[in-house]
Write a protein that binds this ligand. Structure first.
Ligand SMILES: [Zn+2]
Length: 202
């Protein structure tokens, strides 16, 4: 396979990128100055060496020495009683802009409709473990999933997985309230909308 076809195939794996867009990326790289290609290759290589996945919330962060926790999880200034469960890292960045001061757990996606083993698709076991480990400090787990059918489906599965722990340890399970329009993902919601959905959570 030619480097053109190979690279096109790799770009096609990116979220939201189809064959035509992938081909355009390759065309751009072919016509761009050589410095652009070498810089891109260098930054892609640096990505693995410079980043790590947080052991507590599972977000990717830029490593500072041997730290295994991201700056949010390591901070003493965050509200330890609130745990915000989100789908992906991009959601976390949007929620941060809304002024939320609690902690996070990145689920790693949504559960597709009609599958038998949800834990194959999202970090369900890891979330239960986290809620168990932090049961003495957590007072509320906020389920911040997308207002889509897969998001609703995932919310039900996560709520079910946490229900027993929630009863045993007395923490509240809540969901984002009004404000997020149907079909919307947190990633694309503006910070004011997220803040309003947070304040009307139930
Ligand atoms: Zn973290």
């Amino acid at each position: 396979m030619s480097p053109i076809d190979k690279l096109t195939q790799l770009f096609e794996r990116f979220p939201g990128i189809g064959p035509r867009q992938a081909r355009r990326f390759v065309q751009y790289l072919l016509s761009a100055p050589p410095g652009v290609r070498s810089e891109l290759a260098r930054q892609i290589n640096a990505l693995g060496a410079a980043t790590a996945q947080c052991k507590r919330c599972y977000r990717w962060f830029t490593k500072d020495g041997q730290a295994s926790l991201c700056d949010i999880c390591a901070s003493q200034g965050r509200d330890q009683s609130l745990l915000f469960v989100i789908e992906k890292d991009a959601d976390l960045e949007q929620v941060e802009r809304s002024g939320f001061k609690g902690l996070y757990f990145v689920l790693g996606g949504v559960v597709p409709l009609g599958v038998d083993e949800p834990a194959q698709y999202v970090r369900l076991r890891e979330l239960v473990k986290r809620a168990e480990a932090d049961h003495s400090t957590i007072k509320e787990v906020i389920l911040g999933l997308s207002a889509t059918s897969e998001g609703d489906h995932t919310r039900q599965i996560v709520a079910e997985a946490l229900r027993e722990l929630s009863t045993q340890n007395g923490f509240k399970l809540s969901s984002l309230g009004r404000g997020l329009s149907t079909g919307s993902e947190l990633e694309y919601a503006d910070p004011d909308t997220i803040a309003s959905a947070l304040s009307s959570r139930q």
